[in-house]
Design a protein around this ligand. Structure first.
Ligand code: ADP
Ligand code: MG
Length: 240
């Protein structure tokens, strides 16, 4: 019991440090961002080109910090009863804009009888977005991204499927490692965050991939009915 306590304390210390560090980094970054905007407005020569690059990099760094913070902190997420399809629909305009730029297509196959789930909307949207972004980044032009949902007695499944190059079997095992990336500008935090979010929802993520055919990430979330009695669990997660 003692060593377990030690573990919990260490985890929260890491979380606290992450919060402290990210706060200290975010503040100067916000200042840099503000002054950049001002410099562009006041500058006699056009800085648009440099401005765009610097802003993109700043926003990227900010995104990494946010993902890292979300990963390092075992934070308690507020959950509410919501429908998965509503969240998917909210993301559709964003996903279509991205897909259009890449010459790709999106298809939704939202299954019948999917019940409400007990979830944190922000986190589940982040999860779907991360999986969809990966899918789009993996595919070339004419790629097809399919988002499917289905349900059985116990689980609701969300599948994000692409027609990309697939993932070699020897790489599958590393996908969810923090900082594992094969992209020049990747952070390797996307899938570890997805895994963390699924865990916070008592869910799992599985991968199916065939080289030259495509990849499918399948998120399984427990149905609300199985959840409702688990109040003790909710209480303990709130105390953690
Ligand atoms: P990042 O996207 O920043 O590289 P992720 O954690 O989101 O980090 O993904 C890790 C790696 O998993 C990617 O770099 C890529 O090699 C692989 N990957 C993830 N999704 C797919 C996909 N749909 N198709 C092919 N490879 C993928
Ligand atoms: Mg990613």
């Amino acid at each position: 019991l003692r060593s377990e306590m030690g573990n919990v304390e260490r985890l929260s210390l890491v979380g606290q440090m992450a919060a402290g560090i990210t706060h200290e980094i975010r503040n100067p970054m916000a200042v840099v961002r503000g002054f950049l905007q001002l410099m562009r407005e006041k500058s006699p020569v056009s800085l648009d080109h440099y401005y765009r690059i610097v802003m993109e990099e700043l926003d990227r760094a900010n995104g990494i910090i946010n993902d890292f913070l979300s990963l390092a902190q075992n934070r308690i997420v507020e959950k509410e009863e919501k429908h998965l399809h509503g969240l998917v629909q909210e993301l559709v305009p964003l996903l279509w804009a991205d897909a259009n730029l890449r010459g790709q297509t999106i298809e939704l196959k939202l299954g019948d009888g999917v019940p409400n789930l007990y979830l944190n909307p922000k986190e589940i949207k982040q999860l779907i977005l991360n999986l969809a972004r990966n899918a789009m980044e993996a595919m070339g032009e004419k790629g097809l991204l399919t988002i499917l949902t289905r349900t059985d007695e116990e689980f609701v499944e969300l599948e994000v499927k692409d027609t990309g190059p697939g993932i070699p079997a020897e790489r599958i095992g590393r996908l969810f490692e923090p900082f594992y990336t094969t992209k020049a500008k990747g952070t390797g935090l996307g899938l570890s965050l997805c895994m963390r979010i699924a865990e916070r929802h008592h869910g799992t993520i599985a991968v199916n991939s065939a080289e030259g055919v495509g990849t499918s990430f399948i998120v399984r979330l427990r149905r609300l009915a199985d959840y409702a009695p688990a109040l003790s669990e909710l209480k303990s997660s709130r105390e953690a």
